[in-house]
Design a protein around this ligand. Structure first.
Ligand SMILES: Cc1cc2nc3c(=O)[nH]c(=O)nc-3n(C[C@H](O)[C@H](O)[C@H](O)COP(=O)(O)OP(=O)(O)OC[C@H]3O[C@@H](n4cnc5c(N)ncnc54)[C@H](O)[C@@H]3O)c2cc1C
Length: 564
């Protein structure tokens, strides 16, 4: 069938038309090989613009469509859908970005911008002629989720999914659910006992028939892709395989134990906030001169991040001791008090009104601890605001330390093929737009595994991750784009570069027959896992891997076209 290409060029209001002479580019497009019609529109994405494309497809019997307009990120799916509505396979559509790639970057240079717009359209038309119809792929989704980590984030996610009718396997490495909260005394900002929140949640999880709790269990391997993961669990020496459609990582974090810093490990009365929480469960008797030191092991060269809720934890425990023991002297040494938001600002004021004292120190003049034998009895600190050195007698020193990444993160990251940031916490796909998703489809994240967060944030993220995981399970299937890599078995030399380089673990091995009828090993792409990034195609030395929609032939046609 001969090629019949239609080209539609958008003014995007004045975004493109204010710089590029669109009528000139339309006239030029009409002269290009195989182009049977070209049109300019004020807004090609408007209902009128889309209707005009559909009309031309029908009237001119178009078998390729090129739209030159704004960003493909938001608009490519719209134009592809429009082609489908007109009965044209959506993969016979080509997008040219005239806004970001031309008018915006060449603002004030209309002549050059118009010439470049012509070049870009010529490249798009050249590629369009080599496009082939493709079919999306559909994969069935197992309606079950593996939640790794039984803290408040994992519990919230598990309950949300189970209540929607999905099977959940909740894997916890310890012999109890609840995570860090099991060791917390009362909760800011309400000062209610932590158990009051946690116990009913754990009971609800145990009573939920859709949740299968696996305590003292480790996930040792995960294979597969969205809709069809196989996870290997190990309990004692016993192994079990699970088939799930989605995975939620809620492995939390650990409180930093600052051995070697400020007398920790040397003096028995130097403890962390979490250790203090344990002591406070039995009361405040004997607490007379308490010094808390904030930002220990945080916001420094080794660990530049802020622990985010550590200041509030110190405010909580300082106020609690002061309220119970008004005669006690409670001093918080701080570099900044991070009491963000209305509630925590009030919480800070409450601590001040109770008589908790605050002394500001700087990072280059940290407090010094001295003591006798196993007991610290003095803290010396340079008061930044008064410019005087203060000596505080003490019977208890509490170090406020940040949460640090869980020990197992690196192993999990490799196993699940999900990224970890510079600070060692798991990294979401996009901080603002995809905060509870990983780049790998079907794997989600919630809570302190991502960064230090308080309970309200952890619960919100647990719900959000569950909602995201429920989407493919409710649909019972996932549709994946056809633009994935494929291997030409006759060219593959089985060097393994593509297997190593694929960030999604989408390439494995398969057996094939060569021209001599011998069995050989070749790379095989799992198209459900392939995200079409093209790394494998770019690194394949024998040219065996091609990315559909961006084949060597198509790219070379564009390069040839731009050279004119
Ligand atoms: C001293 C202190 C006081 C605090 N006080 C408050 C407060 O008053 N109010 C408030 O809102 N927040 C408070 N917090 C914060 C609160 O504890 C956290 O927001 C919350 O516990 C985080 O929950 P999580 O589920 O994300 O992680 P975690 O509680 O860490 O739970 C993660 C779970 O995953 C498990 N796990 C880890 N790795 C694996 C693995 N590979 N396989 C299986 N299981 C695994 C862990 O054993 C753990 O049970 C405090 C924190 C501290 C340290």
């Amino acid at each position: 069938m001969s090629l019949r290409i239609g080209v539609f060029i958008c003014n995007c209001g004045t975004n493109i038309g204010g710089t590029v002479d669109v009528p000139e580019v339309v006239k030029y497009a009409e002269t290009l090989p195989n182009v049977v019609c070209a049109q300019g529109n004020l807004y090609t994405c408007s209902a009128d613009g889309l209707a005009a494309i559909r009309k031309m497809i029908a009237e001119q019997n178009l078998n390729r469509v090129v739209v030159a307009s704004c960003t493909p990120r938001t608009h490519e799916p719209l134009f592809k859908k429009n082609c489908e509505l007109a009965g044209l396979n959506k993969y016979l559509f080509e997008f040219v970005n005239l806004r970001e790639h031309c008018s915006w970057v060449h603002l004030g240079r209309p002549v050059e911008a118009t010439a470049k717009a012509g070049d870009l359209v010529r490249m798009g038309v050249a590629k369009a002629g080599l496009l082939a119809a493709q079919e999306d792929q559909t994969t069935a989704v197992t309606p079950a989720t593996l939640v790794i980590g039984g803290g408040i984030s994992g519990l919230s996610a598990a309950l949300t999914l189970a209540r929607q009718g999905y099977r959940v396997d909740l894997v916890e490495k310890q012999n109890r659910l609840g995570g860090i909260l099991q060791d917390v005394n009362v909760l800011f900002p309400s000062d209610e006992p932590a158990g009051g929140l946690l116990t009913p949640l754990i009971d609800a999880v145990h009573q939920q028939e859709n949740i299968h709790v696996h305590l003292q269990t480790e996930v040792t391997a995960v294979k597969g892709f969205i809709g069809n993961f196989t996870a290997a669990l190990r309990v004692d020496e016993h192994d079990e395989d699970l088939n799930v459609g989605t995975i939620i990582v809620a492995v939390g974090a650990e409180e930093l134990r600052p051995h070697g810093l400020l007398g920790y490990g040397r003096y028995s009365n130097v403890v962390t906030q979490l250790e203090l929480e344990g002591r406070l469960k039995t009361g405040t008797d004997g607490f007379k001169q308490v010094v808390m030191i904030n930002c220990v092991g945080a916001r420094d060269a080794n660990r530049p991040y802020c622990g985010r809720f550590c200041c509030i934890t110190a405010l909580k425990n300082a106020s609690l001791i002061k309220a119970a023991q008004p005669g006690a002297r409670v001093t918080v040494l701080q570099r900044d008090v991070m009491a963000y938001g209305k509630i925590f600002e009030e919480y800070y004021r409450k601590a001040l009104s109770l008589g908790v004292e605050f002394i500001r120190f700087s990072q280059d003049r940290p407090p010094r601890i001295t003591g006798r034998q196993k007991k610290a009895d003095k803290v010396t600190v340079y008061h930044e605001l008064t410019g005087k050195t203060v000596v505080l007698k003490t019977d208890l020193i509490v170090l406020t330390t940040p949460l640090i990444p869980a020990k197992d993160n690196q192993r999990l990251s490799r196993m699940l093929k999900v990224p970890i940031g510079n600070d060692g916490f798991f990294m979401e796909a996009h901080q603002k737009l995809r905060p509870v998703e990983f780049p790998a489809d079907g794997i989600f994240i919630a809570g302190c595994a991502r960064y230090p967060a308080d309970i309200s944030e952890c619960v919100a993220q647990g719900y959000a991750a569950a909602a995201k995981a429920a989407v493919p399970m409710a649909r019972r299937q996932v549709v994946t784009e056809a633009y994935t890599s494929e291997v030409n078995p006759l060219r593959c030399s089985a060097c393994g570069r593509c297997v190593e380089i694929c960030p999604f673990g989408a390439i494995g091995w398969a057996e094939a027959r060569n021209n001599e009828g011998e069995t050989i090993r070749i790379a095989r792409v799992n198209s459900t896992e392939c995200k079409g990034c093209g790394l494998c195609a770019a690194s394949c030395l024998s040219g065996a891997l091609q990315l559909k929609g961006f084949t060597d032939e198509q790219i070379l046609a564009m390069v040839t076209a731009v050279r004119g």
